[in-house]
Design a protein. Sequence first.
Length: 299
Amino acid sequence: MFNPKSLTVLFVLSCQASAPTPDATSASPAEAASNENSIAQAPGKAAPGVTSDCANYATITSGSYEYINNMWARDKVVGAFEQCLISRQTDSKTELGWTWSWPGFDPLGFGYPEIVFGWKPWSDKSTDQRLPIRVDAVQRLAVRYAIETESTGKDSLAPAIWLTTSGEANRANALTISAEIVVWLDYPDGAAPIGALIGKEQVEGVAYEVWHKPNHGDKGNGQGWDLYYFKAPERGRQGTLHFHAFLAHMLGQRRIRPDHFVASVELGSELMGGSGTTWVREFEVDVARVEGSPRTSSN
């Protein structure tokens, strides 16, 4: 039997984020067992004034943001489990988040509850008309976030952007994916991203570990995409992340193309085991386009 504390943890955000969306009404044998036994209960749903939706891929829309209860690997679990989107009223506003209870431990994770802004390549529409946007048309792409999490076990916080070869967002088309860029904001001790360590590189004066895995995942044609991780030297769950600075850095390194598109901005929790509750105190994406920049697809 292995000891999870001594295991080098490999997280695969892209696998979690890119899993095809099944019918939310269909239950796997593992989920059915969870519902029947009612042994596991996500802790946050029982709090006073909290409402919940625990269906796989349940979605709550809040303006230009979609909260998705992504249980991409629920069939791997042994035992009862539960993961839910939650909401409550606080200070005259609706606050959203997620809560979970996953038995055991899996280094690749069981679920990835997330917020999506823009066009996820497996979706048939964008949540906001400002995305997709050409890489060379991005003047500003910033994420302001404040995330509150109480948990036992192992979980991480990682925003990401998807890059595609096309700016068309009227149908699902994973074949257009060219790259995925992930920034680890918080992670368990001893965590190491998937891929190979390129080295440490400066983005806005911060030295990130940069990891790369070429040909990652499967777009549906047996081919993958370039996956990059930027692992922050200090962990935190509140601040502003300038994705435009990461794009500029990647362009300077010739790792991405200026005529490709930023399709979506996402933020979620990678859940490897244990239980907990996350409330999203703040999440806002700020997009500014270079004046006169092209808007057409590169196809």
